[in-house]
Design a protein around this ligand. Structure first.
Ligand code: DC
Length: 222
């Protein structure tokens, strides 16, 4: 996939990757706000396909069935001027993207190479329109391997599990991370050139300052 990475002379991406509940979404959101960029939540795209599969009675663990569903799916990705938006066959799944059922099955859907190919194309398409802070698992390694701006946000497992509980979510973070890290296609990893930020003990403000310092070292004029 890396060989066919399109070149975008007009726009740039800041890649924020990391495991579940590491705080990468908060960092990406605050960073986008500070720099006036669009924040793109790539996990929402995998969640939206999972939501549709569950709604249609398609087994997330049956790749053939998922791919057949995908072929008929209209996926519209955009933004509201601040963050990314998504509609599946014209419907925004909203809060249902974070349901326990979606949490439980999204890693299986995200392991299917055909699903990834379709969503990676939509992720890259953002750079035809705008500059982005994009968060996910493979943004620095696969989606935008050529960007110089790459951060891998990590946090201790007990801190991440506690964050999900604080959010009131039923989510087996460790199980999801294991599946996301072991899959054959685009596993969760520290991308080449990425700087690791340990977010176990940061406040939102100090994490943002640490992120800006890393990006400055990576050459972003901030
Ligand atoms: O960021 P999140 O927890 O909302 O992501 C949900 C799932 O989507 C995650 O467990 C793995 C998958 N995902 C992925 O495989 N690649 C991405 N770039 C983003 C998310």
């Amino acid at each position: 996939m890396t060989d066919s990475v399109p070149h975008h002379p007009q726009h740039f991406a800041i890649a924020i990757d990391g495991p579940a509940a590491s705080g990468k979404s908060t960092i990406a959101r605050e960073l986008a706000k500070r720099l006036g960029l669009i924040m793109v939540n790539s996990g929402a795209m995998y969640r939206a396909v999972t939501w549709q599969a569950l709604k249609s009675g398609v087994d997330p663990h049956d790749p053939h069935a998922v791919i057949a569903m995908l072929d008929r799916l209209e996926i519209a990705c955009g933004d509201d001027g601040v963050t990314s938006t998504i509609a599946i066959n014209g419907t925004d799944p909203g809060d249902e993207l974070r349901s326990p059922q979606v949490n439980a099955h999204v890693s299986a859907i995200a392991a299917i190479p055909e699903v990834r190919a379709r969503l990676v194309a939509l992720q890259r398409d953002y750079l035809n329109r705008t500059d982005v802070v994009m968060e996910g698992r493979d943004i620095g390694s696969v989606v935008f391997p050529d960007t110089p701006y790459k951060i891998y946000v990590d946090a201790a497992e007990h801190v991440r599990a506690a964050r999900r509980v604080d959010m009131g979510e039923v989510d087996s973070v460790a199980k999801r991370d294991a599946a996301d890290s072991r899959r054959a296609t685009a596993p969760l990893m520290v991308a080449e050139g990425a700087t690791v930020l340990d977010n176990s003990d940061h406040t939102v403000e100090s994490a943002l300052e640490a992120t800006l310092a890393i990006l400055k070292r990576q050459g972003l004029p901030v």
